[in-house]
Structures are given as C-alpha cells and as structure tokens.
Design a protein around this ligand. Structure first.
Ligand code: GLC
Ligand code: CA
Length: 536
C-alpha cells in the first residue's frame, strides 16, 4: 500500500464549545483554540478535528447547521477561522472540518423553502411522506428518542429526522443536494483545511421503502461520486463516521483503489459494554476477550486493504479512563495503559480533548445540569415509561454524552481556567486535582506519556506499518506483537487493578512503561512495551 502523510499523523479532537473561552461569555471559541495551538503542538498532534463551528441554532451543539459557509457568532468570525487555519498550519497542524451532510438544521434556508409548499424547488431536498392511518408514515424511531417523523402543518406531510426534530434529513438521492454538499466541501478545501470528518455518513443513502436506514445500496456510489467531484487531487485526509460498519464494510469504504474514504470510525469495540439489540443506555460488563477479538480482527483484517482509525473517546462517548480504566486510585496507570494499547496499534490515533490528562466522567445529581439533547430526551422518555430517577441518572453517569463535554480543565483556578464567566455547562468539580498544569508537572504525567507515545510513532515505522499479532495469554492481559523488518515489539497490558502473572514478561529493552521499573508480576493496569532482544 502506498504511504500517505496521514498514516503517521495523530489527530487531536477539539469540541470548541468546551475547549477554551476567550471572551468570558462561558462558551469556548475559535480565539480560545488559537491560544491553545502551542499546547496541541507540544503534545505532538498534527491534525485537529474541529467539531462543527458553523452557524447553528444549537439544538444538537452545532450538528444542526443553518449555514455551512458561516461561523457561529458564539465561536467568532470567518476571520478568526482563517486565522485558526493559518496559525495551525504554521505549527505543522492541519484542520479537519466536521461535515454534517446527512441533515441540516430546520432553520437552514433549504428547509425553510422545502417546508413552505409541496411545489417548492427545495421540497425534494428533504424526505417528506404522507401520514399512514392517521399517524406517522412508519414506526421508525429517532436516535434521539421518539418518532423519526415530524408532522408539518403547512403541507400536512411528515418529514424525516433521524436525530432531533430540528435536524431534518437531507434527501441524498436528489442530485442537487449532493452537488450543494460538494460545493460546501470545495469551499473549505479552498480555505486550506487538511481533512474532513463526515458525520453519520453511512446514513445518507437510506431507502425508506425498503426499510433501509444505514448502508443503503447507493452509499458507495455516492461516496465514489463525492471522491471524484471533490476529493480527487485535493491532498486531504477523510474519515467517515460509520457506526454500523463491520470489517467487511470498512474494507469497502477504505480500500485506496476504490476511492471513497481514507478511514472510518467503527463502533464495534465501543459497543462491547452495551446489550446487543438494545439502546446504548442498556449496559453490560465489558469482557476483555471481546475487546481482544474485535480490535485484533480490525488490526489484521484491514492490513494492506484499508486503514484503521484508533480511538477510545470522542464527544459522544464517556471518558475512557472512567469507562474501562479506574478513575480513582489507578487513574494514571489505567489512562496510560489504555493509551499504550491503542497508540501502538496500526492506524491513525485520535485523542479527544482532555483524554491526554486523564479527564474523567462527571456526575450531576439533577437533570437540570445536563445540556445534551440525547440525554434529556432519553430522560424524559424513560421517566414517562416509569423508570426511576436514580436508574436513569445512573445510566447517564455511565453513558451520557455530557461526560465528555464538560469544559477542558487547564488550571486549578476558578472554572479550571476555561472561562472568566459562567460556563455553559458546569466544570467537573475534580478540576482542582485534574488539570493540565498539574498533570504536566507531575511525576506521573499522563500528558508527558501521550507525548512520548506520539514521538515513538513519529520515529518508528514499526508502529505505523508493522504487522500485528495478538498474543493470547492470560485472560486479564491484552498483549500483542508488532513486527517490522528485523524488529519485534511486544505490548503487554494488564486490564485489572490486581497483580497478574504473565508468561509474556521478558527481558527486552523497555520502550515505554507506566511503572518505574519492571517487576516479575504485572501490577495494576501496568502497560509495558519491549523491543525484543533477538528480534526475529
Ligand atoms: C454524530 C455526531 C453526534 C451528533 C449526531 C447527529 O453521531 O458525532 O454528536 O449528535 O451525529 O449529527
Ligand atoms: Ca466565548
């Protein structure tokens, strides 16, 4: 496979609303991000995935876009955006824009036109259907609870919204819709951005009459068209959010010769603590054997055929150290163990803001403190269904999206240095102990550990291109080998808070390690990486 610049890249994801506020209105903004570019550069990331900053009524924090060519005034101006792009480039960092192409805001001019009459030229930009038996056209459910259909009085038809009712789905079967979205992309490429992350891109080719929502039969046709029309010749990296993709589908999306996308986000690994066939709120214990199987399958299955994205967290997921690590006694050990496990795999790693200092989940006692529409809708739906407050809140503590959306914790001063005003969502009260300043200067610095992992990736083609092999040893241990030319590395991770013996512990040269010295047994959440002595 030809090598590409982004094979060696590390992506840092910024959730602008919660990263850094520059003007005291309590909302993170572009100037705030610019002021932290040196921080991201110091970490070593070379792409910033910027969650949406476009004009938006903010029903879903920017994933409901009313103008793709404008910056939301809360975030700044187009001049600020240009400055962010150029200041980032000066530091060797490219901006990856988040393209929400499956739906717009209901306040987007296309939708305002579309809903105005059945004859309007924009009518067919969206998905309208007649009522069936006096109710919605079908019993399709929205991902944000309730029906996916909303009745609109003006024309007495229903429109489809897979997310909130303020996020009507676009009709991608209409060539004008596709062309309009390609124009959006061309505009941003011209501005000098270096990548796109495509929001729920596997939903665009739905075939309602056949009951197909994701991975519709024309999906690959559209992606190929998009590549031809927009991406071909532009040296940018693309990643598609394809929650339902299995390995076979991922190969179709990411095989270079198919000219669709460079990589996709699969949810197979992060769904392993959910009950199959139920909602994300219906939890089960993670089995390490499942995680080994799934991640290893992707590692070996995509080798030479496509490219992996590597991620634990994002703005929709709980904090990984709280989820699969230990955010109390072994916060440093488990955060760094999880980081080693992921960052030494083949693929492009993604770090979600705050992950690099081991930020944790948050627990607010009342619904009032929560801002996320998915969380609020679910709470209301389950309350009506008779679930107890305690049970619903408990599932929000574990899976709610606001876990990842509390403000970035910079310093131990008020509001963690995020804002001089009232933050739009409360800061996690643990900020006086967990913050960038404290972490960077600590003997056990998660930030310094991530930085070292990134340096290792930049210096070793073995990490980028080496073969992967699962070393299936003890049930508490996730271990694998990476081999490249004449070298072999061994990554050994203890997933428990106990001491565990492992037959894999050896006496090679230690490449990176989250304890000071090697021991006979693996200590809680120990992660150790060896370069084997007689490599191959
Ligand atoms: C994606 C985004 C999520 C958003 C949804 C609808 O899953 O990551 O934040 O709510 O799409 O746009
Ligand atoms: Ca602000």
């Amino acid at each position: 496979m030809d090598s590409k610049w982004w094979h060696k890249s590390v992506v840092y994801q910024v959730y602008p609303r919660s990263f850094q506020d520059s003007n005291g209105d309590g909302i993170g903004d572009l100037k705030g991000i610019i002021s932290k570019l040196d921080y991201i550069q110091e970490l070593g990331a070379d792409i910033i995935w910027l969650c949406p900053v476009y004009a938006s009524p903010n029903d879903d924090n920017g994933y409901d876009i009313s103008n793709y060519y404008q910056i939301h005034p809360e975030f700044g101006t187009m001049e600020d955006m240009d400055q962010l792009i150029s200041e980032a480039l000066k530091r060797g960092i490219g901006i990856m824009m988040d393209i929400v192409a499956n739906h717009t805001s209901d306040e987007h001019p296309w939708f305002i036109e579309s809903r105005s009459s059945k004859e309007n030229p924009y009518r067919d930009y969206y998905i309208w259907r007649d009522s069936a038996d006096g109710g919605p056209p079908s019993d399709l459910k929205s991902i944000f609870s309730g029906s996916a259909w909303q009745f609109d009085e003006t024309t007495e038809q229903y429109y489809l919204h897979m997310f909130s009712k303020k996020q009507p789905d676009l009709n991608w079967h209409n060539p004008s819709v596709r062309e309009a979205m390609y124009d959006v992309m061309r505009f941003w490429i011209k501005k000098g951005i270096k990548g796109f992350r495509f929001d729920v891109i596997d939903l665009i080719a739905k075939e309602l009459e056949q009951g197909i929502i994701d991975n519709g039969p024309l999906l690959h046709t559209y992606l190929k068209e998009m590549h031809r029309e927009v991406l071909d010749g532009a040296d940018i990296v693309t990643v598609g959010e394809t929650g339902g993709a299995d390995l076979e589908k991922a190969i179709l999306f990411t095989s270079p010769e198919r000219k669709e996308l460079d990589m996709v986000f699969s949810f197979e690994h992060i769904a392993l603590d959910e009950q199959k066939g139920k909602q994300k709120w219906d939890l089960k214990q993670l089995e390490l054997s499942d995680l080994k199987r799934v991640l290893s399958n992707w590692q070996t299955g995509l080798a030479g055929k496509g490219w992996n994205s590597l991620f634990w967290s994002n703005h929709d997921q709980p904090r990984i150290v709280s989820r699969w690590g230990n955010d109390q006694e072994f916060r440093y050990e488990s955060a760094t163990m999880l980081a080693s496990l992921l960052h030494l795999m083949r693929g492009t790693p993604y770090i979600y803001q705050g992950e690099e200092i081991g930020m944790t989940n948050v627990q607010f006692a009342e619904l009032d403190f929560y801002r996320d529409i998915e969380t609020i809708n679910m709470y209301n739906e389950r309350s009506e269904q008779g679930f107890a407050h305690e049970d619903i809140i408990e599932s929000i503590y574990v899976k709610g999206r606001d876990n990842a959306r509390t403000p970035m914790q910079w310093i131990a001063e008020s509001n963690a240095g995020f804002t001089a005003g009232e933050p739009w969502i409360e800061v996690n009260p643990n900020y006086s102990a967990i913050n960038v300043e404290h972490d960077k200067n600590s003997d056990k610095s998660i930030f310094q550990f991530y930085k070292k992992l990134i340096e290792l990736r930049k210096a070793n083609d073995l990490i980028v291109y080496g073969d992967y092999k699962l070393l299936d040893s003890e049930p508490e241990i996730f271990a694998y080998a990476r081999t490249y030319e004449n070298e072999e590395w061994r990554v050994i991770c203890n997933f428990t808070d106990r001491e565990v013996e492992s037959e894999l512990v050896c006496d090679g040269e230690i490449v990176i390690h989250n304890y000071d010295t090697p021991g006979k047994k693996l200590r809680p959440y120990e992660g150790i990486v060896y370069k084997l002595k007689n490599s191959l």
